[in-house]
Design a protein around this ligand. Structure first.
Ligand code: ATP
Length: 444
């Protein structure tokens, strides 16, 4: 295993050991491309989603939130182009996992040239559709066929009319959503990077169908998305924006950019997309559903199909990239340690409260009181009295807790506690009455 793979493997084992992420159905041998979130992982993921929900939806007057169902009929995916667009026969190179069309000999020959003298073996061809299908009702007749959504986007577009009719928004306005999506990826890999069941967070922002407005809004949402991603705690040099080449763009896109993260295991990888979808989705759903999805401007009386600027991010990829970015090996007090330098905004535990000794009743009682009060003011405070102080620090460092608060014998005398900073190990005495404001100030 080379150094790059080792880093990912170390993170995978930390994630398991510390209750972040487990292989799905592990005791039955695991299910490829499927992961379960443990007690700390689910908090981390929740914090990322909450930050998205606040920034893209709740804090804005021009965006509504919604939550569409996972199951949608085949017609939706015919309209969106997903059933048609993703049914090529594919073979996969067993050396590098690249897939090419089985019916294109030139593509196969070109690929084999890339490997020079190495012998290339291919998997058997298979007709490939990313959509995961299932059936509803008692019979397996085709009429009952439904798909687990391949992207959450379509759930918003099919509700466009409902939102217009119930909320009467003025253009431009957006609809945001977070939810699960499913893709039958041939080669799920790289931990949470390419899964078969994953979560997306998205905004569809509807605008007047005008080139200039399209440009302005597109630039605005590119910057907004990148700033938001930096807010998860990434260093400047860890992220970049990259425009899709014309032949790389999805069938619906007039323009597309990705926010990419520089992964230690495979270089720059997509974290988030900003897509100019034009009127593709609403026009197609109007045609396929026979329901008019145009927008009527109440002041001018004009009727038109709006354009859509989409911001689309993977929740699990944000979790993975935030963990990779945070994973740090250093030396503290002459000892090697591994810790997660997570931004306090997304850290699963914001502060851990300990009594210096777990069997000294006076200390435990005092510490319990401080813990109960603090937890009312700062969500995500944890009680920890397991093992000695050194062990607690190491454990909290490994799960990325920004602050540890120790209640010792001095606390009983002067009502101050020790606050230890995760990154530097520095310890400060703080009055218990000022603890919540001290933490809030240092948590930005
Ligand atoms: P990729 O090229 O990596 O397959 P994509 O371009 O197909 O991704 P989109 O359809 O634009 O991805 O989906 C939006 C976001 O959803 C992506 O930026 C990514 O963060 C996330 N995503 C897509 N596919 C997966 C997957 N299989 N596992 C985890 N996250 C995914």
């Amino acid at each position: 295993m080379d150094e790059k793979e080792r880093l990912l493997q170390d993170l995978v084992s930390l994630a398991k050991r510390r209750g972040f992420i487990y292989q799905g159905s592990e005791i039955y041998g695991g299910l490829a491309g499927i992961y379960d979130y443990g007690p700390l992982g689910v908090e981390l993921r929740h914090n990322i989603k909450q930050y998205f929900w606040d920034s893209f939806i709740r804090d804005r007057e021009d965006v509504y939130g919604m939550s569409a169902a996972i199951l949608m009929p085949e017609r939706v995916w015919e309209a969106s182009g997903h059933t048609e667009g993703l049914t090529d026969p594919l073979v996969e190179c067993k050396r590098c996992n690249e897939r090419v069309r089985a019916d294109q000999q030139e593509a196969i020959a070109d690929h084999e040239k890339k490997h020079k003298k190495e012998k290339v073996e291919w998997t058997d061809p298979r007709v490939f559709n990313l959509l995961v299908e299932t059936h509803l009702g008692a019979s397996k007749k085709s009429a009952s066929k439904v798909y687990l959504r391949g992207e959450i986007t379509q759930g918003v577009h099919v509700n466009f009319k409902n939102i217009i009719d119930s909320m009467h928004p003025k253009l431009p306005f957006g609809i945001g959503q977070i939810g699960k999506a499913f893709r039958n990826e041939i080669t799920p890999r790289d931990f949470l990077f390419r899964q078969r069941e994953f979560e997306q967070m998205e905004l569809q922002y509807y605008i007047r169908p005008e080139e200039k407005e399209g440009r302005t809004q597109f630039e605005y949402w590119k910057k907004f998305s990148l700033d938001w991603y930096y807010g998860l705690g990434f260093k400047k040099e860890s992220l970049r924006l990259r425009q899709h080449a014309e032949d790389e763009r999805a069938h619906y896109a007039k323009d597309a950019w990705d926010i990419e993260y520089h992964t230690p295991f495979a270089g720059w990888k997509e974290a988030w997309g900003i897509h100019h979808r034009g009127d593709w989705d609403l026009r197609r759903h109007s045609e396929f559903s026979k329901v008019d999805l145009s927008y009527r401007d109440e002041t001018t009386g004009e009727k038109f199909i709006p354009w859509d600027i989409e911001c689309s991010g993977g929740v699990d990829r944000a979790v993975l990239f935030a963990l990779l970015e945070a994973y740090t090996e250093d030396k503290l007090g002459g000892e090697k340690r591994v810790y997660l330098k997570l931004s306090p905004r997304i850290a699963p535990v914001k502060a851990a409260v300990f009594p210096l000794l777990r069997n000294k009743e006076t200390l435990v009682k005092k510490a319990r009181g401080i813990y109960e009060n603090l937890k009312k003011e700062i969500p995500g405070v944890m009680w920890d009295d397991n093992g000695n102080i050194g062990k607690r620090y190491r454990r909290q460092d490994e799960i990325g807790t920004p602050f540890c608060i120790t209640i010792d014998f001095d606390t009983l005398e002067d009502d101050t506690v020790t606050v230890r900073d995760r990154d530097t190990g520095a310890q400060t005495r703080v009055k218990t009455g000022e603890l919540a404001s001290y933490l809030s100030e240092h948590m930005v």
